[in-house]
Ligand binder design. Structure first.
Ligand code: NAD
Length: 245
């Protein structure tokens, strides 16, 4: 399948978990892929790995331009880099709010704005943002994280409206708890009995298991596809039914 042949994608956070799975699928589909990540050495081999901190505008501008230079444009932006934050409303100080908002939310504006002149020149421009079930599910102990993912959801709708007449589509995915290094490392670090902890985590998911990164990636790639030209301003849940509970 060479659905993405001739197209160039940038994937933030494409060196691990969901983003890496997206980069691999886009490469399989024939795209040129640039991975913008703090750890670009872990990007898939055929991708252009670019060291980038999405919370730093100069770093983002430089990486986006490097990708556009290398491949002669940018057609697809996958805004996927993100970090977690735990706790109730009194858990995080102002610095922590600023830091997590910058990495998770303002990054989406920084990266998309930097890529916008290139997207405007593309015939198949698409942006896909990684929100979360946390945007709408009311998860306990996740106030700051939920705020960032809710903001990404709202930005997706507003950006879709802004750019639809320019032929730029903007969509989001809302994954449930996924089997990525982030989740697994967190689990293993905390648990006295990691196997039991994992069993309980699986059992808490409506469909009885963690979401696989490849399942989220498949949905992101579906939304990014040039075959999907009439889909914009939508958010797809990939959460085993969590949102409906
Ligand atoms: P992960 O930790 O496995 O991968 C995240 C990647 O982002 C890493 O390669 C990391 O280096 C990179 N990154 C982090 N901060 C960065 C920064 N400032 N600049 C550039 N790169 C940076 O995480 P994951 O589980 O694959 O999560 C990816 C996205 O999916 C995140 O936005 C997360 O909020 C979202 N999400 C994850 C889950 C889950 O359960 N894993 C559920 C819902 C949504």
């Amino acid at each position: 399948n060479a659905e993405f042949s001739g197209l160039t994608a940038i994937v933030t956070g494409g060196a691990s978990g969901i983003g890496r799975a997206v980069a691999e699928l886009l490469l399989e589909g024939g795209a040129n892929v640039a991975v913008l990540d703090l750890n670009p050495t872990d990007a898939p081999e055929q991708a252009l790995g670019l060291r980038c901190d999405v919370s730093d505008r100069a770093s983002v501008d430089a990486a986006v331009e490097a990708a556009a230079q290398e491949y002669g444009g940018i057609d697809i932006v996958i805004n996927n880099a993100g970090i977690g934050a735990q706790g109730q409303v009194d858990a995080n100080d102002d610095d922590e709010w600023d830091r997590v908002l910058s990495v998770n939310v303002v990054s989406v504006a920084r990266v998309t704005a930097a890529a916008l002149p290139h997207l405007r020149r593309s015939d198949h421009a698409a942006v896909v943002n990684t929100s979360s079930v946390a945007a709408t599910a009311g998860l306990p102990d996740r106030v700051l994280y939920s705020a960032t993912k809710g903001a990404i959801y709202s930005m997706t709708l507003a950006m879709a409206a802004d750019h639809v007449r320019e032929g730029i589509r903007v969509n989001a995915v809302c994954p449930g708890t996924a089997n990525t290094p982030w989740v697994m490392k967190g689990l293993m670090a905390k648990a006295e009995d990691p196997a039991e902890e994992l069993r309980q985590l699986n059992a808490r998911q409506p469909h009885g298991r963690l979401v696989e990164p490849a399942e989220v990636a498949r949905t992101i790639v579906f939304l990014a596809s040039p075959l999907q030209g009439s889909t914009t301003g939508t958010a797809l849940a990939v959460d085993g039914g969590m949102q409906g509970l």
